[in-house]
Every structure is written in C-alpha cells, then in structure tokens.
Design a protein around this ligand. Structure first.
Ligand SMILES: Nc1ncnc2c1ncn2[C@@H]1O[C@H](COP(=O)(O)OP(=O)(O)O)[C@@H](O)[C@H]1O
Ligand SMILES: [Mg+2]
Length: 413
C-alpha cells in the first residue's frame, strides 16, 4: 500500500474554484482560468509515494510544489481529486481529524525553519511531543536523541540564537524526527543554505533515510538536489506533473522537450551510477578455460581483454588479446593470466565521475562487484564514454535508419 496516493489532485484558488474544475475538464488552459480570476496551482496530479521512499517533487518557482505539499499535510483542502495517506482517504477531513492526522502521520520541515527563540534547542526539537502532551522527561529524551541523529548531540541546552543557520535547519529536521511520524514532508528544506552545508545536509538526510526508512516527500527547485536525493522524481510544470521517474529515466528518456531541456545541463557523471550503465558480465572466463576458447570468446565479443572469474564470482585476473594469441600459437593449455594487474573493482553505487580514473589506468573492462567482492557487472570503456552523451530527441531511431536504408535502396533500383 502506498504511503501517499494522489489521484487527479487539483487545487484552484479564486472565488469559484469548482467553476475552474469544470473549465479544465472542458479543455480550458491555465491562462484561460487566470482571466476568470482563478489560479490553477495544481492540476490533475496523480502519483504515489511508496513507504520508505524518497520521492522528490521538482519544478521551477510557481509550478505548484508548495500547494501540492500543503494539500498532503492538510493545510489546504483539494478542490478536486483524492488523496490517501496509508490507504485512508483524507481528501475532505474535518478540522479535528486533520489535526490528528497531521500530528500522528506527517511532519513537515520548511525552508525557513521558525525556531521558538525563547526555548532551548532541546525544547524546540521536542516541540511536537509537547503538543501531543508527552511528559517532560520523555520529551527531553526524544529531543536529545533526535538532535544526536542530526549531529547536534549535546546542544539541547543551548538557545537558538547561539546556532548558525545550518544548525538551525538541523533542529528543524530533528523536530520532524522527534515527532516520530513515518512520513516527512520537506518543502525546499535546504534551499536557503550555503552550497557546502547544503551538501552536508543532503548526505545526512540520505544517511538518516537508510537508517530509519522514513517516507520522505522532498520538494526542491534544484535539479541536482533532486537527482541526488530522489529515488523517484516528479517533474512539475505550470501545475502539472509532466514526468515521474528515476534520475536515470528522466535523463535518458525525458518525456518531452521541456524535460530534456531542463536536464540538458546536468552533469550526468554525478547522477548516473556504475549500476545504471553496467552490462551483464558475459565476456568473462573461468580460470580453467583454455586459451583457444578464451580467444574465441574475445572475437565473439570484440574485446581486447577478458576478466577471469572463479566459480564464486570472485575476479581472479585479466587476460589480454596479445597474451592469448601468443599462448594459442605456442599451444599452451593455460590461460596467460596477469594476476591482479589492471583490474579495477568498483561498486554499483559509484558515480561515473569516480570511474574515469580507474578506466584510465586499465585496458580491461571495469569490474562491478558487490560487498562480498562478487562480480555483478562489467563496464567496458566504450560504454563509459557513451554514457556521457545525452540521448537526443531529434536523433532518428532504428526506424529512421531503416527509412534511410530504404531510400538508398530505392535510389539504386
Ligand atoms: N493561497 C494562495 N492564493 C492564491 N494563489 C496562490 C496561493 N498559493 C499559491 N498560489 C499560486 O499558485 C501557484 C503555485 O504556487 P506554489 O504552489 O507556491 O508554487 P511553488 O511552490 O512551486 O513555487 C502560483 O501561481 C501562486 O501564485
Ligand atoms: Mg514553494
């Protein structure tokens, strides 16, 4: 069951919002509504967020991100569509039920986190628990624990004025953690921070996420942040979600020109991982393979080097074309293994940016290995290079190439 499920979610601001819904259904665009004094802030948003996922909503200023998140946390009532949290329909809750839902299910971190200036950092962190009526001792314990998780252990007794901007934002995160809800909503939570501190906070969020497994809906207007954090990303434009997908999908299969222009400047090497571009390790040989069989495999796969892999998938070495050719000429029975030399082992999670130094140091394909050192994929050098080039929407596909061939054939007929 999704943690959050939005179906046709729509929010229209103005005096007669339902009229806006009808106009949209009849095909009117946003501009047309605007002329009637209606702002279609979110239009027909359909998506779900899985439990334990970081789902990022990405879009330029004014695209409807905050309105969307405010409907999810119950600050705004949807004009149309349905919203479910943990399977419960929360689209039109009474004020009392809404408060209860907000308190128990979702917590929110804002861009400018308002700390209560006359309360200690610890009290600020545990504030949600105070609203819930938790006693002081338990509150302090939970507050101190949450501060520890965000790297502010021991700061509980200080006052907010003693903290830097980055530290205050951490208190905001601690407050959401102390609240103990499964769902965290973050609206541009890191956008006001300096780049370096922002990067630290992103790392920390990823770390917390892997420890705690919260469901996080994270909003940003920064594409790089979206790609770093999001398991899936929803791209919003003018109130509509134009694409939902992983960073790789959005980079490699942009849904339209808008998305492809948006991602054109992204440093792909810092988004794509070894796991995303690796190939099935078919061009590998066992240690007992003979030189002739290895040579044949090399020609089949048009490669100059083969990884030698034992039965338990451990990489034992590499054999090169020239050594193999010599062994075949000499009638040798043994693979001319170059022990350990020239093998680059990388993790599926490594970014391409970190692979180039390895690729430069060896002619062999990179060996992608898991935690136990077992081979899970290989990355030939050509694959690494071609992964750098974004797909072009204008590029003719296979059908285009066929059409070109047909034209040529027609010409000679
Ligand atoms: N309370 C409101 N009343 C009227 N219009 C609003 C209100 N809140 C947001 N809007 C409008 O809705 C659109 C989307 O705004 P918002 O959701 O804040 O976008 P974002 O967070 O992506 O910058 C904007 O045109 C904004 O002016
Ligand atoms: Mg906003």
């Amino acid at each position: 069951m999704p943690a959050i499920e939005a179906t046709g979610l729509t929010k229209i601001f103005g005096r007669k919002p339902q009229r806006g819904v009808r106009m949209l259904a009849e095909g009117a665009d946003r501009e047309r509504l605007r002329r009637e004094g209606l702002t279609a802030a979110v239009i027909d948003a359909t998506f779900d967020v899985k439990p334990g996922e970081i789902f990022v909503v990405m879009g330029l200023s004014g695209s409807g991100k905050s309105t969307l998140i405010r409907m999810i946390n119950g600050l705004l009532e949807p004009t149309d569509g349905t919203l479910r949290i943990d399977g419960d329909d929360v689209t039109h809750l009474s004020a009392a039920r809404l408060r209860e839902m907000r308190r128990n299910k979702v917590s929110m971190v804002f861009q400018h986190f308002a700390l209560l200036p006359h309360r200690t950092v610890g009290e600020n962190a545990a504030y949600a628990l105070q609203l819930r009526g938790v006693n002081k001792a338990d509150r302090e314990k939970a507050g101190e624990e949450a501060l520890g998780m965000v790297g502010l252990g021991g700061w509980g007794g200080h006052m907010p004025s003693e903290l830097s901007g980055g530290m205050r934002q951490r208190v905001g995160l601690a407050r959401a953690l102390a609240a103990g809800t499964d769902i965290m909503l973050m609206d541009e939570a890191f956008s006001a921070l300096d780049p370096l501190i922002r990067k630290e906070m992103q790392d920390q969020l990823l770390e917390l996420q892997s420890e705690l497994g919260k469901t996080i809906l994270f909003i940003t207007h920064d594409l790089n942040e979206a790609m770093r954090l999001g398991e899936r990303i929803a791209m919003m434009r003018d109130g509509r979600i134009v694409q939902v997908g992983s960073a790789e999908e959005i980079l490699n299969e942009p849904a339209n020109d808008y998305v492809s222009q948006f991602v054109a400047d992204v440093d792909r090497t810092r988004v794509l991982t070894a796991g995303a571009v690796m190939e099935r390790p078919v061009a590998v040989v066992g240690p007992n393979t003979g030189p002739k069989a290895a040579h044949r495999l090399m020609r089949e796969h048009q490669t100059q080097a083969l990884l030698v892999v034992s039965n338990d998938r451990q990489v034992r070495g590499v054999v090169y074309e020239e050594d193999i050719a010599e062994a075949v000429r000499d009638g040798s029975e043994k693979l001319p293994l170059r022990d350990g030399e020239g093998i680059a082992r990388v993790s599926p999670d490594d970014f391409l940016a970190d692979l180039f130094q390895h690729a430069a140091a060896t002619r062999a394909p990179l060996a992608v290995v898991n935690e136990t050192g077992a081979l899970v994929g290989i990355i030939p050098r050509v694959t690494l290079l071609s992964a750098l080039t974004p797909p072009s929407l204008d590029e003719p596909g296979d059908s285009g190439a066929e059409a070109a061939l047909e034209t040529t054939a027609g010409g000679t007929r």
